[in-house]
Design a protein around this ligand. Structure first.
Ligand SMILES: *Cc1c(COP(=O)(O)O)cnc(C)c1O
Length: 415
């Protein structure tokens, strides 16, 4: 069959049901389809403008309201919203008591924040390798990384797909380790029917509401926990370590102006208008989730038969709200590099991305002494992956363009 001419026609945009997109339904440029995009509708704009007209811009009722909503969605007892997920990971590490001399195990196939939070606390990140099929952290590798200094693990639900939680939970129980989950990709995902955010054995779970993630607050993050004591620590860490609660004070008084700083904390608060946006976005989570599942299913179906393309294996325990759709290019079979594949996709007006550069490849980590070769599976994967466009506003027509582009570039039509 001759190579098809594709993506030169402007994709028709299909309006999402019952939602009028203000922005985000349509890529920034008519030409290029990007890998991710937020979806903001009039309900979001209304929610934010109402919050802006309220007496509280920060520290108001919107924050508590959205925390309650997060508890309902995740099934967690407590939720603490913060300025972003990096802050969420930082205060989670603080609450876990991670400090100098401690080692904390995480994956190299993640955004740098999953490991940076360990360094913020003066502890040492230790990178465990990934499973070559699911791309999530490999429990066997985690176990091999444990020393007497290991205090915690920070596994990532990479692409939104739940990792092998039961295996990691068992390891944590056996070695007395704290599990902090990086669920930046995984709002809406369930593991064995239980929402991520309230999995038994996870002390704390961190979410991101950056615009590329499934729901957004502009910038935003949250920590969920079932543990009251951790919750109190998180609340204080978010706001300078300060308490207004006499129950916790060293020198309680009746003075109405009085408060105490109990630990060194930060200003990681979320504003009320961000909380309003987040709350409005969370109303659409079922819709966002359903569309992401639908798009993922279609990619899987259409791309499974393309030689030289390897799909991410989804474990059956994970009911996934997919944040990223990752292609692995069999560079030997296609006799091309990932860069060549990436550029060819660009020429087809598809702007892919690579998630992620192994964290310890970054010069800052190199300077700390991390060497290449540490996690062979992760490094091998990094040479071959690319993220395809996946977001709520991606239309069927646009997705067809992406699928056709992959097939064309992979030489599917060549014979
Ligand atoms: C996005 C992301 C973060 C950081 O989230 P921010 O809200 O941008 O701080 C952390 N971990 C992972 C895996 C991410 O993808």
């Amino acid at each position: 069959m001759a190579a098809k001419k594709i993506v030169t026609d402007k994709p028709k945009t299909k309006k999402a049901p019952a939602l009028a997109a203000v922005a985000g339904g349509i890529p920034a440029s008519d030409e290029m389809i990007y890998y991710g995009h937020q979806y903001i509708d009039y309900a979001d704009v209304k929610a934010v403008s109402e919050a802006l007209r309220s007496p509280y811009l920060t520290d108001g009722p919107g924050v508590e309201a959205v925390e309650k909503k997060l508890c309902e969605i995740t099934g967690a007892k407590y939720a603490v919203v913060v300025s972003n997920c990096t802050a969420a990971l930082h205060i989670a590490c603080m609450a876990a008591g991670i400090g100098p001399g401690d080692e904390v195990i995480t994956t190299p196939i993640t955004f740098a924040a999953s490991a940076n939070c360990i360094l913020y606390c003066g502890a040492t990140p230790v990178f465990a390798d990934i499973d070559p099929e699911t791309y999530n952290i490999d429990p066997k590798s985690v176990e091999a990384c444990i020393t007497e200094k290991t205090k915690a693990i920070i596994p990532v639900h990479y692409t939104g797909q739940a990792f092998d939680h039961d295996a990691l939970r068992e390891i944590c129980e056996k070695h007395n380790l704290i599990m902090i989950q990086d669920a930046a990709h995984a709002i809406g995902t369930k593991y064995k029917g239980q929402p991520v955010g309230s999995l038994a054995g996870a002390a704390m779970t961190c979410f991101s509401f950056h615009p590329v993630k499934t729901v957004t607050a502009g910038e935003g993050g949250a920590v969920t926990t079932d543990d009251k004591a951790l919750y109190e620590l998180l609340i204080r860490a978010r706001s300078h370590g300060i308490t207004h609660d006499r129950e916790f004070m060293a020198h309680p008084t009746d003075d109405p102006w009085y408060y105490e700083e109990l630990e060194l904390g930060y200003n990681y608060r979320m504003t009320d208008f961000q909380a309003a946006l987040l709350s409005s976005q969370l109303n659409k989570l079922p819709l966002f989730s359903e569309r992401r599942k639908e798009l993922t299913k279609r990619y899987n179906k259409e791309l499974a038969k393309v030689p030289g393309i390897i799909l991410q294996k989804e474990p059956e325990e994970s009911d996934t709200t997919r944040h990223l759709y990752i292609l692995q290019i069999d560079t030997d079979k296609l006799s091309c590099t990932r860069r060549e594949f990436f550029d060819a996709m660009m020429a087809e007006h598809i702007r892919c991305q690579v998630h992620y550069i192994p964290v310890y490849f970054h010069p800052y980590y190199e300077k700390l002494g991390y060497k290449r070769g540490l996690c062979p599976n992760a490094e091998h994967l990094y040479e071959r992956i690319m993220s395809l466009p996946l977001y709520y506003g991606l239309t069927d027509a646009q997705q067809s363009c992406v699928i056709e582009a992959v097939k064309k570039v992979a030489g599917y039509y060549r014979k």
